[in-house]
Design a protein around this ligand. Structure first.
Ligand SMILES: Cc1ncc(COP(=O)(O)O)c(C=O)c1O
Length: 349
């Protein structure tokens, strides 16, 4: 439908790791396939992560690997997906995958989902009869909101779509199904000529972008919506909060009204993919001077200095591939938990 214009463009993907890790072994990229009747395709039953590995002078370094894998396990726990995999095993696999790929920088994508047992197929909504599968892949990924966005900022709109309400779909779990909501927000924004949409929560307070958390700066204070505003608890968000504290910039979590966006001095998005991206207008209202603000620039620069290992992080944030801080234990083949429930009856032979 949009093949001839900008809306069909994706982030540039120059290189892809030729191996994918699947349930305990490395397989070829071309063999990483699922059955079309897999539960996940029909009912959205997946949880996943997005992790960046940065190029540094000391070789590739994965940013906040443990925190990402912990969030993956938390998302899986919420959806009763017990793979038996531990956080350390997942971290080890990610490190091995990057090392084997030869990529000097990449984006790492672990995913756990309900697939199909072809010898005992089950097609209903009930997820329990379906086997769990875990894959981890990696590729080199460009700037999520475009190359210019990081420098000059993006134009965004407040979406007509609300973020998920806490008792319908938990926004704090990074589940594949949540991204249907994100897609509605993103498509609306793109079709209206904006780079991104900001969703409000079900009470009308600012929540987050389709794939980013949001920060507002007013009178020298940095403010971001709390987890109770139906956000994904972003790891970049947490990093920025800690960076602000270290730089002595006042920072707090607080509910934000839509109108406060328009009169903010500065606004920016955070995310693994989006990193720290300034916002220069909302609903065609110019924010501050319509460019990357002074404090945003300071925070952004500090973030990039940390991810490139030129500056010490406020914590153990970088895992160097092959370096002394890399996990060394061998990855065990995970034992997936057997579900005791009977599969659904197959209706036709
Ligand atoms: C909906 C949503 N919110 C926020 C974020 C930012 O989270 P993180 O900084 O952990 O990547 C993401 C990105 O994964 C996201 O998809």
């Amino acid at each position: 439908m949009f093949s001839k214009d900008d809306r069909s463009k994706d982030v540039s993907t120059p290189r892809i790791a030729q191996e994918v890790w699947k349930d305990g072994e490395f397989i070829k990229w071309d063999d990483a396939r699922v059955h079309v009747m897999s539960h996940v395709l029909h009912y959205g039953s997946s949880v996943f992560e997005g992790i960046r590995c940065y190029k540094t002078k000391r070789g590739p370094a994965v940013f906040r690997l443990k925190e990402h894998m912990q969030r993956l396990l938390n998302s899986a726990k919420i959806y009763r997906m017990d793979t038996g995999l531990t956080r350390d095993q997942l971290c080890n696999v990610a490190v091995q995958l990057v090392a084997r790929s030869g990529l000097d920088q990449c984006y790492i994508r672990p995913i756990i989902f309900r697939s199909l047992d072809e010898s005992r197929p089950a097609f209903g909504v009930n997820p329990f009869p379906n086997p769990l599968t875990c894959y981890i892949g990696a590729w080199d990924w460009g700037k999520y909101l475009g190359d210019e966005a990081i420098e000059r900022g993006v134009d965004v709109q407040v979406s007509t779509w609300n973020r998920l309400s806490p008792n319908s779909m938990p926004a704090m779990a990074k589940s594949g199904a949540n991204y249907m909501n994100s897609q509605l927000i993103k498509m609306e924004a793109l079709l209206n000529g904006f780079a991104e949409g900001i969703a409000l929560d079900d009470r009308g307070y600012v929540s987050e972008g389709s794939g980013e958390n949001i920060f507002l700066i007013h009178d020298g204070e940095v403010v971001t919506p709390p987890v109770s505003s139906s956000i994904l608890p972003g790891i970049t968000r947490d990093s920025v909060i800690k960076i602000c504290r270290e730089l002595g910039i006042p920072v707090k979590e607080s509910e934000i009204q839509r109108a406060a966006l328009y009169v903010a001095d500065e606004l920016f998005f955070t995310g693994t993919a989006a990193e720290v991206t300034p916002i220069r207008s909302v609903d065609r209202i110019t924010i501050g001077e319509g460019k990357c603000g002074e404090l945003t620039r300071r925070i952004q620069q500090t973030y990039f200095e940390i991810t490139s290992a030129e500056r010490e992080a406020p914590g153990q944030w970088l895992t160097f591939i092959g370096g002394s801080s890399s996990p060394t234990t061998e990855v065990q083949t995970p034992k997936f938990k057997e579900h005791k429930l009977e599969p659904e009856p197959v209706l036709s032979e």
